[in-house]
Design a protein around this ligand. Structure first.
Ligand SMILES: [Zn+2]
Length: 415
C-alpha cells in the first residue's frame, strides 16, 4: 500500500498504514533517510566514543554530560539533566500540548574499572555495552540530528531522553522518576524506547520482576558447646527448599531464581546470619503478587519451626525480607495506536517482526496505562552483558528508518 492518499493530512484521521505511507513519501523524510544512510561512519565514531565512557549503575554522570553536549550540538532545545542524571532535549513545535517521548538508557551492567576498549573489524564493533545500549543512544542522537537537518515539521513536540538506571539494581529508577515528575508525567502521551540492536521485534508485554533479599539471624555460637542453637543457614535453606517447590503457571509464564546465598564465618561456628537473593518474574502482576506471598509464607514457615524459646527474648532468631527490585508487569492493549503504527511501519519497510515479552524502560509507562514499546536500534548484536559484546553495523539505517517513521507517525507531521 504505497499509493498516496489525498485526504490523509496530519490532522485528518486515517489508517496507520496510509499515514505511514504518506509520511514515507515526503521529500523531507527522504532527505532524513539519506542523512541516516550517509552518516554511518559518524555514528560509529559516536558509538565507540560513548562505549569508552564508563556508565555503571548509579554512575552515569559522564555519559549524561556527553549526551547533553551532543543534544545541544544537533540543535535540540531545553537541553538539561534532572537530579538523577536523566538527560532531556526538546524538538519544540509549540509551547504546550502533549509530548511524544523517545528514549535510550545510558547505563551499562559493567562495574567501574571494567576495561572499556573497543575494536572495529569491518562492519563489526566490539566493546562492553557497544550494543546495549551505545547503539540505542546513537540511534536517539541520529534521529534527533536527522529531524533537525531535514527540517521536519512534527505536529507534536518531541522529547529525547537519555535515561539512567535501566540495568540490574538500577531497577528502572530513571524512568520511574521521569513518570512521577511534572511536567513529564502529565504531558508524555507515548514513549518509544530504543534498546540494543535489531529490527525484528517490538515489545508488547512488560515482564515484571520483584527481587528480595532474605536474611535469617540468630544468636550464633560454638559448634560444640552451643549445639542446638538454631542455625540461620539451616533455616534459610529450609525456607528456600520450601519455596523451590512452589508450582508456577506456564501461562502467564512465571519463574523464580535463587541467585545468591551467603552466610557464616567458619566451619566450627554456628552462624549469626545467612542471606539469599531471590528473583521472581512474571508476565502477570497478579501472579507476581501471588508468588511474593508464597515466598513470604515459606520464610515464615521456616521461622515458625524454630522452638518458641528461641523466638522470644533478647537474642532471638529473626528474619527480614527486603525488597531490592520491583519492575511492574503490564501489557499493551491489543488496539493500542503505537502497536498499529509499528506494524504499519514494519509492513511498509517489509520488515519481519514479532511481538516480544521483555523487561525494559517501557514497563514504567505501560504500568501507568501510557502507550509504550521498545524496539532495537537496527544492525545486529550479541554477547550482551559480557565484555565480548559486539554490534554489526550492516543495515543500521533500516533500523533507523524504522525508528524515524514510527516516531513521525506518533507525532504526526506537517507537509
Ligand atoms: Zn538495554
Amino acid at each position: 500500500m504505497a499509493s498516496r492518499h489525498p485526504s490523509a493530512g496530519a490532522t485528518t484521521p486515517s489508517s496507520p498504514q496510509m499515514e505511514v505511507s504518506r509520511i514515507a513519501e515526503m521529500r523531507a523524510v527522504h532527505s532524513a533517510f539519506l542523512y541516516l544512510h550517509n552518516q554511518e561512519l559518524e555514528f560509529r565514531r559516536w558509538q565507540r566514543e560513548l562505549t569508552h565512557i564508563p556508565a555503571p549503575p548509579f554512575g552515569e554522570a559522564a555519559r549524561s554530560e556527553w549526551l547533553r553536549e551532543r543534544f545541544s550540538s544537533v540543535g535540540l532545545e531545553g537541553v538539561h539533566a534532572d537530579e538523577l542524571g536523566n538527560t532531556f532535549g526538546l524538538l519544540r513545535r509549540s509551547n504546550s500540548g502533549p509530548l511524544i517521548a523517545i528514549s535510550a538508557h545510558l547505563d551499562t551492567v559493567f562495574p567501574l574499572g571494567t576495561q572499556l576498549q573497543t575494536l572495529e573489524d569491518g562492519n563489526r564493533l566490539y566493546g562492553p555495552g557497544i550494543s546495549d545500549n551505545a547503539a540505542g543512544v546513537v540511534a536517539l542522537l541520529a534521529i534527533a540530528s536527522a529531524l533537525k537537518r531535514a527540517e521536519l515539521q512534527t505536529a507534536a513536540n518531541v522529547v529525547f531522553i537519555g535515561n539512567v538506571g535501566e540495568e540490574g539494581e538500577g531497577s528502572l529508577r530513571g524512568m520511574r522518576h521521569i513518570f512521577s515528575t511534572p511536567p513529564w508525567r502529565e504531558s508524555i502521551r507515548s514513549l518509544l524506547v530504543i534498546d540494543g540492536a535489531g529490527t525484528d521485534t517490538y515489545v508488547t508485554q512488560a515482564l515484571g520482576s520483584r527481587r528480595f533479599e532474605i536474611t535469617f539471624q540468630g544468636p550464633g555460637g560454638h559448634s560444640w558447646s552451643d549445639f542446638g542453637t538454631p542455625n540461620p543457614i539451616v533455616l534459610l535453606s529450609r525456607a528456600l527448599a520450601h519455596f523451590s517447590e512452589v508450582a508456577v503457571p506456564s501461562t502467564p509464564r512465571t519463574t523464580f531464581n535463587i541467585g545468591v546465598v551467603h552466610g557464616g564465618t567458619s566451619v566450627n561456628s554456628i552462624p549469626e546470619s545467612a542471606t539469599a537473593r531471590v528473583d521472581l518474574r512474571s508476565a502477570s502482576g497478579d501472579e507476581l503478587q501471588k508468588l511474593e506471598e508464597r515466598l513470604r509464607e515459606c520464610v515464615d514457615e521456616a521461622w515458625t519451626e524454630v522452638p518458641l524459646s528461641f523466638r522470644a527474648g533478647e537474642v532471638r532468631v529473626r528474619f527480614a525480607i527486603k525488597s531490592i527490585g520491583d519492575r511492574p508487569a503490564a501489557e499493551l492493549p491489543g488496539d493500542a495506536r503505537i502497536l498499529k503504527i509499528i506494524r504499519a511501519v514494519d509492513s511498509h519497510l517489509r520488515v519481519k517482526s514479532i511481538p516480544r515479552l521483555a523487561s525494559t524502560d517501557a514497563n514504567v509507562p505501560l504500568a501507568l496505562g501510557i502507550e509504550a514499546t521498545t524496539i532495537g536500534a537496527g544492525g545486529d548484536g550479541g554477547g550482551a552483558h559480557t565484555i565480548r559484546e559486539w554490534y554489526d553495523c550492516s543495515n543500521r539505517d533500516l533500523g533507523l528508518k524504522r525508528i524515524l517513521l514510527t516516531l513521525l507517525a506518533l507525532t504526526g507531521v506537517n507537509e
